[in-house]
Design a protein. Structure first.
Length: 434
């Protein structure tokens, strides 16, 4: 809570400093924020949204007479962004006070989401320094949370994404003839996810993405928003590929540095490398949208690991897998290793009602945390959702969806107790933006 308060005070202080220069309100649109222009020509934009949320889970196991219901504030975000008078420099600060991360887990200790500054070397090439969504994740991850066509992101995203990282980024946007565009991106980060306030672990993470748009650019940032509320008049399509190598990772997927640490005989850190690659696409046309993603990961475990560090800081030299000392497969068993694909599509009617469906499949390696009975061990997820948008855009909407999860033998319920059968999850969320 203290970090959340300090973060909000910083945001308020920054806003007060900027407003001391008496900017003028230039425009306002529900869901798109307030846009101010300063006398010298600089631009400032304030946006934010809140998402009250409820979900209910039930089980097909006859031993469960009832499931559980949970109410919470899924997101509560406030963003300050702007750019200089000559548009050579722009920036963003974004905080979330809900205490929930992008993929739904507890994130109370890290309320600061975005904090970066970007410099335009040319109109086509830009460099960024700071903390932001990484281009080495799947396509769904950098899409605005308030623009999702279903209540939650796919299980592929929660299983493999590192979400935000701190480091250097480069972006390109090149027109390649005939109205086509090529958009390459490069990222060099610390590989520990959000900014590491404690000791930094391992080496750097290096990766990139390249996108190709054969039919020109999407309208109103549609490449980074899901449902086709703009009802594109001509087909819009983007296809891309991404790759990354995290040299010395100390967590399951590069999201929380220092969560899992190993040592060698000299008691120096010895950490596995984590490689990830994927391909994905997005298509929109006259209210119809389709998103497809494939991702795969693998790990290389150092041969000199002899010791592991427990959560309480103590150490152990046991690496038991099925009762046998097996360092390599023990290490892999704590990482997100395997592959997955996600397919979703929907239609946004002129009545501002959207009907959407999604299928996600996870394929775990033999030794992978994707086999964990409580959190994963569920290869197939089927989701159907309905959304009602009030007004043109994403300013105010109500969404509901239902997901059927197929659970393999050895799966557990939310509390870690063994279960038989599968799961039903019902969700409702309201998005209120300014």
């Amino acid at each position: 809570m203290k970090k959340q308060i300090l973060c909000m005070l910083f945001m308020v202080g920054l806003g007060s400093l900027i407003f001391a220069q008496n900017p003028i309100l230039e425009s306002y649109k529900l869901g798109e924020g307030l846009r101010f222009i300063g006398k010298s020509g600089y631009e400032l934009k304030l946006t934010g949204y809140a998402q009250p949320y409820v979900d209910f889970k039930s089980y097909t196991d006859d031993n469960y007479e009832e499931g559980y219901t949970r109410f919470r504030l899924r997101r509560a975000r406030f963003r300050i962004s702007g750019k200089s008078a000559n548009s050579k420099i722009d920036y963003r600060f974004q905080a979330d006070l809900s205490g929930i991360s992008e993929v739904g887990d507890n994130n109370a200790g890290a309320p600061l989401l975005d904090a970066w500054i970007r410099y335009s070397i040319t109109k086509r090439i830009k460099i960024i320094f700071g903390q932001k969504a990484t281009p080495t994740d799947n396509r769904e991850l950098p899409m605005g949370s308030q623009t999702l066509q279903l209540v939650e992101r796919s299980r592929l995203t929660s299983a493999f994404s590192s979400i935000r990282e701190f480091g250097f980024f480069a972006q390109g946007n090149f027109r390649t003839g005939g109205g086509t565009y090529l958009r390459p991106q490069i990222a060099v980060t610390n590989g520990d996810g959000l900014n590491a306030f404690d000791a930094d672990h391992g080496g750097l993470k290096i990766g990139g993405r390249i996108d190709f748009l054969p039919f020109g650019l999407f309208n109103n940032f549609g490449q980074f928003r899901q449902a086709d509320v703009m009802r594109e008049n001509t087909p819009k399509f983007v296809i891309g590929a991404h790759f990354s190598n995290n040299y010395g990772m100390s967590s399951r997927r590069g999201r929380a540095g220092g969560a899992i640490v190993y040592l060698n005989d000299s008691l120096r850190e010895s950490l596995p490398n984590y490689m990830k690659f994927g391909i994905d696409f997005l298509f929109k046309y006259k209210g119809f949208s389709a998103l497809g993603e494939f991702i795969s990961s693998r790990a290389v475990v150092p041969s000199d690991i002899t010791t592991r560090v427990r959560n309480d800081g103590s150490t152990s030299t046991t690496f038991l897998v099925d009762g046998v000392q097996d360092v390599e497969n023990y290490v892999k068993g704590r990482m997100m290793l395997g592959s997955a694909y996600n397919l979703q599509m929907g239609y946004y009617f002129k009545s501002r009602i959207s009907i959407d469906a999604r299928y996600t499949h996870l394929k775990a390696d033999e030794h992978s945390f994707l086999n964990n009975g409580t959190f994963y061990n569920r290869p197939n997820y089927y989701t159907l959702g309905v959304s009602k948008y009030f007004g043109r855009g994403y300013g105010f909407k109500i969404q509901g969806d239902v997901t059927y999860n197929e659970a393999l033998d050895g799966s557990n319920d939310l509390y870690g107790a063994p279960m038989n059968g599968n799961e039903w999850v019902f969700r409702i969320i309201t998005t209120i933006s300014f």
